[in-house]
Design a protein around this ligand. Sequence first.
Ligand code: HEM
Length: 461
Amino acid sequence: GIEPIPQRPALPLVGHAFSVPSGADGLLHVMKEAKELGPLFRLRIFGNDINFISGLDLVTELADETRFRKNVHPDLVVLRAIGGDGLFTAFNDEPNWRKAHDILMPAFSLGAMRGYHATMLKVARELIGKWDRAAGTEPVDVAADMTRLTFDTIGLCGFGFDFESFGREEAHPFVTSLSRALGFAQEKGESIPGTEIFKWRQAEQFRGDVTLMQGLVDDVIRQRRASGDQSTDDLLGRMLHTRDAVTGEPLDDVNIRHQAITFLIAGHETTSGALSFALYYLTKHPEVLARAQAEVDALWGDTDAPEPDYADIGKLTYIRQVLNEGLRLWPTAPVYAVEPLEDTVIGGKYAVRKGESLLVLIPQLHRDPAWGENVELFDPDRFLPEREDARPVHLFKPFGNGERACIGRQFALHEATLVLALLIHRYRLIDHTNYQLKIKQSLTLKPDEFTLDLARRTAAE
Ligand code: HEM
């Protein structure tokens, strides 16, 4: 028979709204609720039902694309003010999704990664320049520097545009506007309906931030057009100069702007967080760090200036395991949502309606008992190849599901593996504050206020 979806008793009108703290504490709260209420539970926020899914069996059922598709949930709808019908925020029935997806896919093939490698390395060396100057002198702000790195990397690889983040004291204005805009979007999603009117000042700031980001993207596009460059080697070149095979049309200018802004955001936020969490866990697990350093030392010895080539990245299997295990515990895009194509029953007993949001709470899926005992323990051996082969397909979902899954995953992993390897090859990571993990959430996750002291490694270490 049909059973009601588990939920706590709710207040009239507001539902559970007042029991859910905002920001990252909200995420920790729903993770705790999932532990107590089970693999599917419901929150009612001012009359809106939100279903949280975190069990392997349900996530596996929801991965079936003949029954479910991506749901553009309310937080993503807010982001459409920034990304419009760009790939990430497009509704399934918007024709620009298929068109842009087909045009851009070749830019994310393995072959394309080979083309990005030298640029990724160049940006990594700028980070190293900065960290060399800081070593032994002053601590580094890990997430801020990882953001400099990932933002410049997507700028150069995707758009041939140098944001020069390492030449700046402050974050690039695009990044500052973005983080404020994401904060506003998140707050808006959580606020009491009708109170938006009291936030006119922030709303005005939000509009200003969106205008700044759009203006910057328009400059990047204008400069490329003015250069007369017709190549299709990067994202921007493909968008400007290739036609969709189905319609024979190129992307229109408004859509190119939405895609460009989408890639500048999606291309750096989450990778930056993933690198920051990996450095955090390496700092706290010297035995893992030692194994990772043994791997890079075997490849590059104690040379001061390693020359990683494209093929080296595939050899850094333990580094990759470290990144995966970090993404298991803190998948930096912590939620994706699907909706049923028709009214249906899930888990054999819960009725759900066509179009209803079903939110997959990825950090909790990644703590499912199917991972074994001690799911909180950071243990990269979970990703040993032989154990990966035995793992249920849908137990690890940091990049989402199906055709709307992350288009940039190879890009992110190539970049992050290269950078993490270079950093641990060169530095000792000194936990000078005895850092206690505090998670910052502005739609994506980062370790908050995580700083490290650095020292150059010597041959003996
Ligand atoms: C989609 C995670 C890096 C571009 C997604 C989704 C997730 C995700 C979970 C699905 C969202 C949903 O279903 O609503 C991540 C993580 C990354 C990462 C954890 C890094 C560790 C990147 C990079 C790029 C990128 C480097 C671009 C260079 C995109 C785009 C989409 C997407 C365009 C939308 C795809 C579509 O719907 O067609 N990502 N991502 N991501 N990601 Fe990523």
